[in-house]
Design a binder for this molecule. Structure first.
Ligand SMILES: [Zn+2]
Ligand SMILES: [Zn+2]
Length: 386
């Protein structure tokens, strides 16, 4: 049976807006995962398992006798942002908002599940993975730690993200590094606070903290190869000083991006040297905490070609492109690529779209069918009927 695309588009729009009106923060996607599981059961999937890695859902669809298996992944979580604007389906969960379009990603993957369940057209096993807590960078690991690969084995995986600034119906990806690792750091400087009028009686930390912020800029500019894309951003400088009192404690926090573990290791090493040296020069102490939140997202070359071919079969060929540069944003999808090869792609959310994570952002429903069609096409291409 061939599914009517106009009807499917209307259905996906209704699902997307329902999810948009009921956004849930990472690992709290109870209503969302129940919504997903109910739909997958309605579509007649062979198996629908909830509670994988907290609030994750995995649906399995088997057709024919083939023993190959591929996975398609969507993310379900929202952000702690208060939505602006007066759309009819605006967030009913105050302070939480689908500002990254995960409502759209979920609706598109549901659309693909419905299409493949009704139309068939492939031979093998498809895993539909709906992951929690992408924004935290913790949801994929939670599913993997809960035995995802052993309980629902698959050989390759595909995922997509909407992209503001890219026209609807346009598709981009690239071979190799697509998105960066994200590391976080906190450097605590300790000295002796005191009267603002008599700095020489104490050992305040604010001048040291300012020097540290400046010195950290030399990691990328003077210690790493210009060929290695990386970013070190100080995002917060917090002290316990007040109007007429110098601080004895300062916290310098920030975020670092890179595309290789050895570059990430170099950033941490240099940061520790600079923090220690700067603290010594100012006669204060420094303690560095450095954590790794997201790993780099590396697309498999052969599967990028497969994704291109699938995209060209459902989109205008001129709209399917190789993205020029790796992006210094991060994506939890990368965790799955530690286990199997795969490809992550971007689909246009429109040139007029507000940026991701902006209170005025909204997923563009015009793109829903493109995403569902891409998912469906890659399954049929990778699991062809004999
Ligand atoms: Zn996001
Ligand atoms: Zn996102």
């Amino acid at each position: 049976m061939t599914i009517d695309k106009n009807t499917l588009h209307m259905e996906m729009t209704a699902w997307r807006r329902d999810l948009h009106a009921h956004p849930e923060f990472g690992f709290e996607e109870k209503r969302t995962s129940a919504f997903v599981a109910t739909k997958l059961r309605e579509f007649g999937l062979d198996e629908v398992i909830e509670g994988v890695g907290g609030t994750g859902v995995v649906g399995t669809l088997r057709r024919g006798s083939g023993n190959r298996s591929i996975a398609l992944r969507a993310d379900m979580d929202a952000l702690k942002i208060t939505e602006q604007g007066d759309r009819t389906y605006r967030s009913q969960n105050s302070g939480v908002m689908h500002a990254c379009g995960h409502d759209g990603h979920t609706a598109m993957l549901l659309g693909a599940a419905k299409t493949l369940a009704e139309e068939d057209g492939f031979d093998g096993t498809v895993r539909f993975i709906f992951q929690p807590a992408e924004e935290w960078g913790k949801g994929a690991l939670a599913m993997l730690d809960n035995g995802l690969m052993q309980r629902f084995p698959f050989e390759e995986i595909y995922g997509l993200h909407n992209m503001p600034g890219l026209a609807v119906g346009c598709f981009e990806t690239r071979t190799g590094p697509l998105m960066s690792a994200e590391d976080n750091f906190e450097i605590v400087l300790k000295g002796v606070g005191g009267h603002a009028a008599r700095p020489h009686w104490g050992n305040e930390v604010l001048v040291a903290a300012c020097a540290l912020v400046t010195n950290l800029q030399t990691i990328v500019s003077r210690r790493l190869s210009p060929a290695d894309i990386s970013v070190v951003s100080v995002t917060e400088l917090i002290t316990d000083g007040t109007r007429n009192a110098l601080p004895g404690l300062a916290r310098v926090l920030g975020d670092a991006r890179s595309f290789r573990p050895d570059v990430s290791a170099s950033i941490e090493k240099q940061m520790r040297i600079i923090a220690e040296g700067t603290a010594l020069a100012h006669n204060v102490s420094a303690e560095v905490t450095y954590t790794r939140e997201f790993v780099p997202l590396m697309n498999d070359a052969a599967l990028v070609n497969e994704a291109f071919a699938a995209a060209r079969s459902v989109l205008k060929p001129k709209d399917v492109a190789v993205a020029g540069e790796p992006m210094t944003g991060s994506e939890d999808f990368a965790r799955f690529l530690d286990h199997v090869p795969g490809c992550f792609v971007f689909l246009g959310n429109g040139k007029e779209s507000a940026p991701l994570h902006n209170p005025n952002y909204d997923f563009n429903d015009e793109g829903l069918l493109h995403g569902a069609n891409f998912h469906t096409a890659i399954v049929r291409r990778r699991l062809p009927k004999a």
